[in-house]
Design a binder for this molecule. Structure first.
Ligand code: DOR
Ligand code: ZN
Length: 439
């Protein structure tokens, strides 16, 4: 007997669509096809609904350990669920930073005890962490090494030596926040006396382009796999274009770089202060065009909440970062309705590609044996995000007023129905640590 049968849903894969029934048993997909034999404890009719594998957000900055009042694994993972995200990877710039066996184990213990979605964590690249990364990678406890080229929140900015060391001495996937520190320093100096500059001038596009050019050189020399986080400019796209498919470089894009610009959201001031910055409309359109042409590989929310109080300080005091793990899928569904992205591309970027790039076991697909992380949703039904709809822990979103998809009908994590129509279930089971293939 199945735990759940989802009947007549349209399963979306990058390769096409298929109307089928899905049988779920013990947290796994046990059957995909027509009319499964046997019964189920619960049957769900998915006629007129699409079914995709759960969204995998490989870029969140929960604040636990360090600042759980701001965002804990409990609050962040519930917000993830609201947006159809069933797996998150947390970034290492927490306090203490996640840079060795002890801090990795401590963060994993927090996640294990509190996260209602599946989880993985990144290790941060520092002089101290480099000798430990291979062991962490081989033992399957990290999803990759995160390199902060350029300072941002936290103290993980790499020196040129650490950057070289990551490429020459470690193994595994390298995720990069790519901003060139000397370029950031020069622009910072120029604007330092200004009371209220535009963040995109203080951390200008040249900084990301220089960093990406440096990365391309390092990948050419070493053949290492690099995932560029939050690509935000036409310049980066131009630098990468010639190598797409030839070098093992993949790219993430965030909703804020796709939907917000200094032109269309400048009045939000520090609420859109984020590193790398929200760019001009020209850059935003270039990134949107690249998305349509299939040049970007994954969506990441870069969920990095700060309180409204902190954001209301003056420009130089206000921290960088904005919430987004719960609004990513709704915003992409809004773009889907407006023809800016197709269903198949959406599913590949939200789920299939992250599973493939990170080598996730049992994720990113709807087939027998896979984990039953599923999202049932409607296409073409949208609404405007209102302040009342914003439920994230920090209580604000830069996307209020934007067109978003209505909440998914169902979000299932490990075979358990965790949310229905945006309403989160009670007494949710805890998520599981992700596993990797081929290590
Ligand atoms: O704006 C940002 N905020 N960029 C980062 O790289 C880190 C993040 C945070 O943790 O607040
Ligand atoms: Zn980040």
């Amino acid at each position: 007997m199945y735990d759940v049968i989802i009947r007549d849903g349209t399963i979306v894969r990058s390769s096409g669509r298929l109307v089928a029934d899905i049988g779920i048993e013990d947290g796994k997909i046990a059957y995909v096809g027509g009319n499964p034999a046997g019964s189920a404890k619960e049957e769900i009719s998915a006629i007129g609904r699409f079914v995709m594998p759960g969204v995998i957000d490989t870029h969140v900055h929960f604040r636990d350990p360090g600042n759980p009042d701001k965002e804990s694994w409990a609050t962040g993972s519930v917000e993830a669920l609201r947006g159809g995200v069933t797996t998150v990877f947390d970034m290492p710039n927490t306090n203490p930073p996640t840079i060795d066996r002890a801090t990795v184990d401590a963060k994993l213990a927090k996640a294990a005890a509190n996260s209602v979605v599946n989880y993985g964590i990144w290790a941060g690249a520092t002089a101290e962490s480099i000798p430990q990364i291979n062991d962490l990678w081989d033992s399957g406890v990290i999803c990759g090494t995160k390199v902060f080229m350029g300072d941002s929140t936290g103290a993980l900015a790499v020196t040129p030596e650490v950057l070289e060391g990551v490429f020459s001495k470690t193994k595994g996937l390298i995720g990069v926040h790519a901003e060139d520190q000397p370029a950031l320093d020069a622009a910072h100096k120029k604007w330092a006396g200004h009371p209220n500059p535009v963040h995109n001038d203080v951390r200008p596009p040249e900084a990301v382009v220089l960093a990406v050019e440096k990365l391309i050189e390092l990948v050419k020399q070493t053949g290492r796999e690099v995932h560029i986080c939050h690509l935000s400019t036409a310049g980066e796209l131009a630098a990468l274009d010639a190598y797409r498919g030839d070098l093992p470089i993949t790219c993430e894009v965030t909703p804020h770089h796709l939907f917000l610009s200094t032109d269309n959201a400048g009045e939000l001031g520090n609420l859109i202060k984020v590193n790398p910055p929200v760019r001009t409309e020209l850059d935003r359109r270039a990134v949107m065009a690249a998305l349509k042409r299939g040049r970007l590989d994954t969506f990441g929310s870069h969920h990095a909440p700060h309180t409204m109080e902190e954001k209301m300080q003056d420009y130089w005091q206000a921290p960088s970062g904005l919430p987004g793990v719960g609004t990513m899928l709704p915003l992409v569904l809004g773009a889907l309705k407006n023809g800016r992205i197709g269903l198949e591309l959406m599913v590949s970027m939200l789920s299939e590609n992250p599973a493939r790039i990170f080598g996730l076991y049992g994720k990113g697909c709807i087939e027998e044996g896979a984990d039953a992380d599923l999202v049932l949703f409607r296409e073409g039904v949208t609404t405007r995000l209102t302040q009342e709809m914003v439920k994230c822990h920090c209580g604000w979103s830069p996307f209020v007023g934007r067109e978003v998809g209505v909440p998914p009908d169902i979000v299932m994590v490990n075979g358990h129905i965790a949310a229905r129509n945006g309403v989160i279930g009670n007494d949710l089971p805890l998520g599981k640590q992700v596993r990797f293939t081929g290590r």
